[in-house]
Design a protein. Structure first.
Length: 97
């Protein structure tokens, strides 16, 4: 079964350009993962510091491989001081049958 989620965070005032640069670089790495099916980055039209990332992985194993990728920890460590939340807020999604 596919693993689908929405990751959300808000860049601190003045940090949105740096966050956007970082997330675009990170997205390229994630999209290259064998089990990644989608990693789409958005900002809210009415609130451009609010980032939404729609992620889809082939299955739970692919998602776990993503979590254990060597570039994930450094990315999150660099991101944390640039966002308002303590970490990305993850919402796991299920398809409607």
């Amino acid at each position: 079964m596919k693993k689908t989620l929405l990751a959300e965070f808000t860049a601190r005032e003045g940090a949105q350009d740096e966050v956007a640069r970082m997330i675009v670089e990170y997205a390229d790495k994630v999209r290259a993962e064998e089990g990644n099916l989608a990693f789409d980055v958005y900002t809210k039209a009415a609130h451009p510091r609010a980032f939404w990332i729609f992620e889809v992985y082939r299955d739970e194993d692919a998602f776990q491989a993503h979590l254990n990728a060597p570039y994930g920890g450094p990315f999150n460590a660099a991101l944390t001081p640039l966002i308002e939340e303590t970490a990305s807020v993850l919402t796991f999604l299920d398809p409607v049958a």
